[in-house]
Design a protein around this ligand. Structure first.
Ligand SMILES: NC(=O)c1ccc[n+]([C@@H]2O[C@H](COP(=O)([O-])OP(=O)(O)OC[C@H]3O[C@@H](n4cnc5c(N)ncnc54)[C@H](O)[C@@H]3O)[C@@H](O)[C@H]2O)c1
Ligand SMILES: O=c1ccn([C@@H]2O[C@H](COP(=O)(O)OP(=O)(O)O[C@H]3O[C@H](CO)[C@@H](O)[C@H](O)[C@H]3O)[C@@H](O)[C@H]2O)c(=O)[nH]1
Length: 430
C-alpha cells in the first residue's frame, strides 16, 4: 500500500519504517525541516535501539522517503497516518492544534478517496473533529474515511513493540476502512479488535491510565512497606504470581515520567470532567506520582540533616532507560529540588546528556562517565535504571566517593553487594 505518515517523531518515524519493512511504500512528512534534513542524511533525530539500521535498509530498498512537502505526500498516498504530538494544555486537556493543522492540509490537498488514520493519542470525539476540519478545507467534496488506530509502543522498545504488538485496535465507522486497516496490519500477527472510533480513542487512554494506576498503587504500597518494615519487592513478586494481577508494571520507585503517562492521565481526568464525571481514582494516581519522585530527597534528608553545600551524583536523566527522552523525567524535578537546597549536582546519563543540557537549565556539572560523576560526592542518587548504571563497578566507585551513600530510586542495585562494600543503601520501600 502507499502510505504517508504525518509527524516524524517517536511514533511516526518508528511506525513509518516498520510499515516500510513490511513492504509498503511510505512517505514520512514533518514540518520540522531540520528533522527531514537529518533523515535524508540517514541521521536519526531520536535515539531508539535498532532504528538507524532499519531506516538505512528501507531507504536503500527505496521503500521509505522523507519530506516536508505534505501536499505531494497526501496526493500520492492511499492511506494517511496522523502521528503528531498532542501535548498538554496548561489545564491538562490535550492540545489538538497540531492535529487540526494536519487535518486542514489533508482536506486541502486530497484529490481522491483517502483513508485517514489517527495514531496520535486524542480525546474521545476527535475522529468527528478531524472529519469536520477535513471537510471544511476540501475545495470540492471527495470521499474519505477516518479511523482511529491508537499506538501502544514504548520508547526504548519501539521497534520491537511495533513489530510485535499485543493487539491492534481499529476504530472504524465503515467496513471498507476497517478491511483496509486489517489487511495492512495482518503481517503483525496480532489479535485485532475492530470497534467504533470513540471506543478506540478511549481504549488508548484507559490502557495508559490503568498502567499508571498500577505504578502509583505499588508506590503507595512501597511507602507503607517502609513504615511497617515489609519489602515491596517481595510483596510485588508475591502479588505478581496471581495471573489476575500479573507481574508487569509493579516496580516501585520514583514513579512514572515520559511523554505519555503524565499527560494522558491528566487528559483523561479532564475528559471525565467535561462530562461532569469526577475521576477520583485517576486524580489520586496523578497526585501520588507527583510526590513520589521526591522520595529520594526525603531519604537523603534522613541521612543528612542539612544538604547545604553537599555534592550529589545524579545517575540517569532520561525518563526511562534506552531512550534520550527527558519529557516529564523525574530527574528534572529532583535536580531542581537539590539545587534549591544548595546541593552541587553532578549528572550523568549514557544517552540523554545532549537533550538534558537543553532542558535542565540549572547550573550543574555534566560528567562524561559514571566514575567522573561520582568522584568526591557525598551521595549517589540513581534515577534511571540504565543497564550500565546497575552493573557499575561499585568497588571502584567506593574508592572515588567522599561518602558511601546510595539512594536507589528504582530498587535495582544489588543492595547486598554494595552494603558488603561499606555503602549505606536506601531504596524505595525495601
Ligand atoms: N512517544 C511515545 O512513546 C508514544 C506512544 C504512543 C502514542 N503516542 C502518541 O503519539 C503522538 C505523537 O507522539 P510522539 O512522541 O511521536 O511526538 P513527537 O513530538 O516525537 O513527534 C511529533 C512530530 O510531529 C511533527 N509535526 C507537528 N505538526 C506537524 C504538521 N502540521 N505537519 C507535519 N509534522 C508536524 C513535529 O515536528 C514532530 O516531529 C502523541 O499523541 C502521543 O501521545 C506517543
Ligand atoms: O513498573 C513500572 C513500570 C514503569 N514505570 C515508569 O513508567 C514510565 C513509563 O514507562 P513505559 O510504559 O515503559 O514507557 P513509555 O514509553 O512511556 O510507554 C507508555 O506510554 C506510551 C505512550 O502512550 C504507550 O504507547 C505505552 O504502551 C506505555 O507503556 C517510566 O517513567 C517508567 O520508569 C515504573 O515506575 N514502574
Amino acid at each position: 500500500m502507499k502510505l504517508s505518515v504525518i509527524g516524524t517523531g517517536y511514533v511516526g518515524l518508528v511506525s513509518g519504517v516498520c510499515f516500510a519493512e513490511l513492504g509498503n511504500q511510505v512517505i514520512c512528512v514533518d514540518k520540522d525541516s531540520e528533522k527531514i534534513k537529518m533523515l535524508n542524511n540517514l541521521e536519526m533525530p531520536i535515539y531508539e535501539p535498532g532504528l538507524k539500521e532499519l531506516v538505512q535498509n528501507n531507504v536503500q530498498e527505496s521503500r521509505i522517503s522523507f519530506t516536508s512537502d505534505i501536499k505531494e505526500a497526501v496526493a500520492s498516498s492511499d492511506v494517511i497516518f496522523i502521528a503528531v504530538g498532542t501535548p498538554p494544555l496548561p489545564n491538562g486537556q490535550a492540545d489538538l492544534r497540531f492535529i487540526e493543522a494536519v487535518a486542514a492540509s489533508i482536506g486541502k490537498y486530497m484529490n481522491d478517496y483517502k483513508l485517514i488514520v489517527n495514531k496520535s493519542t486524542v480525546p474521545v470525539g476527535t475522529g468527528d473533529f478531524v472529519r469536520e476540519i477535513v471537510m471544511k478545507h476540501q475545495a470540492e467534496p471527495v470521499d474519505f474515511d477516518i479511523v482511529s488506530v491508537p499506538e501502544f509502543l514504548r520508547e526504548g522498545n519501539a521497534i520491537q513493540d511495533s513489530m510485535n504488538p499485543d493487539r491492534v485496535i481499529i476504530g472504524a465507522s465503515s467496513n471498507k476502512a476497517a478491511e483496509i486497516m486489517k489487511k495492512l496490519h495482518e503481517p503483525f500477527n496480532a489479535p485485532v479488535l475492530i470497534t467504533d472510533v470513540k471506543s478506540a480513542e478511549m481504549i488508548k487512554y484507559a490502557s495508559n491510565a490503568f498502567l499508571a494506576t498500577k505504578i502509583s498503587f505499588i508506590n503507595e504500597i512501597a511507602n507503607i512497606c517502609e513504615k511497617v518494615g515489609a519489602n515491596v519487592k517481595e510483596v510485588a513478586k508475591g502479588m505478581g504470581y496471581d495471573k489476575r494481577i500479573g507481574d508487569k508494571f509493579l516496580n516501585a520507585g520514583i514513579g512514572y515520567g515520559g511523554s505519555c503517562f503524565p499527560k494522558d492521565t491528566t487528559a483523561l481526568v479532564e475528559i471525565a470532567a467535561s462530562v461532569d464525571y469526577d475521576f477520583k481514582i485517576l486524580k489520586s494516581v496523578v497526585d501520588v506520582n507527583k510526590k513520589q519522585r521526591f522520595k529520594v530527597i526525603d531519604s537523603l534528608k534522613q541521612i543528612y540533616d542539612n544538604l547545604d553545600g553537599k555534592k550529589v551524583a545524579v545517575l540517569g536523566l532520561a525518563f526511562k532507560p534506552n531512550t534520550d527522552d527527558l519529557r516529564e523525567a523525574p530527574s528534572i524535578n529532583i535536580i531542581e529540588e537539590l539545587i534549591a537546597k544548595n546541593v552541587h549536582v553532578k549528572a550523568y546519563d549514557p544517552i540523554a546528556m545532549n537533550n538534558a543540557t537543553k532542558i535542565i537549565r540549572n547550573t550543574i556539572t555534566y560528567s562524561s562517565s559514571v566514575l567522573e560523576a561520582v568522584e568526591g560526592v557525598d551521595a549517589i542518587i540513581l534515577v534511571t535504571e540504565w543497564h550500565e548504571l546497575i552493573e557499575a563497578d561499585w568497588f571502584t566507585i567506593g574508592n572515588l566517593v567522599n561518602k558511601k551513600i546510595i539512594i536507589d530510586g528504582r530498587n535495582v542495585i544489588d543492595s547486598d553487594l554494595v552494603e558488603s562494600l561499606g555503602f549505606i543503601y536506601k531504596g524505595i520501600g525495601v
